[in-house]
Design a protein around this ligand. Structure first.
Ligand SMILES: *Cc1c(COP(=O)(O)O)cnc(C)c1O
Length: 466
């Protein structure tokens, strides 16, 4: 897609439609963009469900033998083909050598996760020693907050965005209580302006500037799961640290989706799950990051044998030789069966680069946005025509691949009609449909097909339908 890299999605679509002599909404455009997609081969690395395999598909409405339109990678990524092979290898090794598997084979269980941390680190823009793969996301958030949140009478607040993912909200609430403070006073929830849904960077920075002296930790998501907004992580980090706060991010929706530079931005700590855009399977091994500048000054509150220096870990002399930085936060040995699918996915990421994925992603999501605006704009002349409003920021730099859509008609029926027609996406209360074309395996034709299906879904569930 090099020839398009410097252009906006709209410019690219106009260019291609002129070249092909067809309308920008024609399916020929999608075919053309797929043919020229330099990452199209990556789709072959994944297993894509067929329409008939989706539990809610209605085969009287759609062809069940086609691949489904999978726009739910923001919730659960698709399986890399090699996942099954790697898991089978480890089951086989277990059967053949039992306990010797800890130190033998291509993926010794004793340090299997260490063998893929370098690949993970590249995706989040970190040094290998700054990243640990372990536990689940919420567990990692808790163990990081236990070190980074040290409330005092003067500085006791945690700043978090309004409508944060519930698990993050509860984690923060319970951490504040654990330290004997009251969430009503110590949990600073940043809301958008009246009548707006996304936060303005200037408002975030101003809040930090105004309230910073009482804030111990600034904790934002990288990409907001509900609105799809990609926060200006570098600016937030700088502003928070200037006021003496620690700054951390939950990168669950940002990892594998946007270009992260956790090290260069000087982020203090971060955590993420790997089952969304990183395709590691439900409940997969999560990630944690602690910047190297904190490696010796910030210590884990809880320790386990896996935080012990590997060289002497198995001497079992109960004299802790703690690994510096995030390594020292490891508690247990890691489940190798979760390392396998994550390895398979990280190897696919290693076949390309995050900037290349982002370039495709901007065009793919821009194409989706363009077609939604073409077909489902609010039409003041025909007021009963259902329309779609995109709440995600329109600037590609302020979002990842996801668009969050709200509708002028009841959303549940739209969602059900889409599912019947072989679309996997998700409905989030109160009224947002999230669609996420993932650049690793989604195509421009997926986007075009989605629009066709959405037109038919809206025609069926609109005021003129039943
Ligand atoms: C997906 C997600 C979670 C889920 O947490 P788990 O501990 O993996 O169950 C938490 N926070 C955010 C922001 C998420 O997007």
């Amino acid at each position: 897609m090099d020839q398009f890299d410097a252009r906006s999605p709209r410019e690219v679509l106009n260019l291609v439609s002129t070249r092909l002599g067809c309308s920008p909404t024609s399916g020929e455009i999608a075919n053309y963009l797929d043919r020229h997609d330099q990452l199209k081969h990556l789709r072959e690395q994944f297993l894509i469900p067929k329409v008939a395999e989706l539990p809610l598909a209605d085969l009287t409405l759609v062809d069940g033998t086609e691949e489904c339109i999978y726009f739910a990678g923001n919730s659960l990524g698709l399986p890399p083909k090699m996942a099954k092979t790697y898991i089978a290898e480890e089951l086989d090794k277990w059967a053949k050598m039992g306990v010797y598997g800890h130190v033998h084979g291509s993926r010794p269980w004793g340090w299997a996760e260490n063998t893929i941390e370098e690949l993970m680190a590249r995706i989040v823009g970190a040094k290998s020693a700054e990243v640990a793969l372990m536990n689940g996301l919420t567990v990692n958030l808790h163990i990081l907050l236990l070190s980074f949140y040290n409330p005092t009478a003067k500085r006791h607040k945690i700043l978090i965005e309004d409508m944060a993912f519930p698990s993050d909200h509860y984690a923060v609430e319970s951490q504040i209580q654990l330290r004997g403070y009251d969430p009503k006073q110590s949990m600073l929830v940043m809301k958008p302006r009246q009548g707006e849904v996304v936060l303005r960077t200037e408002d975030i920075l101003e809040t930090i500037h105004k309230e910073g002296d009482s804030i111990a930790v600034v904790l934002f998501s990288g990409v907001q799961y509900y609105t799809g907004q990609f926060f200006d992580m570098a600016a937030i980090t700088k502003a928070g640290q200037e006021k003496g706060c620690y700054v951390g991010f939950d990168c669950a929706h940002a990892v594998g989706n946007t270009e992260l530079k956790l090290h260069d931005w000087g982020v203090d700590f971060a955590c993420w799950c790997t089952y969304k855009y990183v395709n590691s399977s439900a409940g997969g091994l999560a990630g944690a990051f602690i910047h190297e500048k904190n490696a010796h000054s910030v210590k884990p509150a809880l320790m386990g044998w896996w935080g012990h220096d590997m060289k002497t870990r198995f001497r079992m002399d109960n004299k802790m030789e703690l690994l510096p930085g995030v390594g020292g936060y490891r508690l247990s040995n890691q489940p190798v069966l979760l390392v396998c699918p994550l390895q398979a996915s990280l190897e696919v990421f290693a076949m390309t680069s995050i900037p290349a994925l982002r370039n495709k992603s901007k065009l793919l999501t821009g194409y989706l946005e363009y077609l939604i605006q073409e077909y489902f704009k609010k039409d003041d002349a025909h007021t009963d025509k259902p329309y779609v409003h995109i709440i995600t920021p329109s600037n590609p730099e302020e979002r990842g691949c996801q668009l969050s859509l709200s509708f002028s008609i009841p959303i549940l029926s739209v969602f059900q009609e889409l599912q019947k027609r072989g679309v996997a996406c998700d409905l989030r209360e109160p009224n947002v449909l999230r669609v996420a074309p993932a650049p690793l395996y989604n195509s421009f034709s997926d986007v075009h097909r989605f629009i066709t299906v959405l037109r038919s879904a809206l025609a069926t569930s609109g005021p003129t339908g039943q």
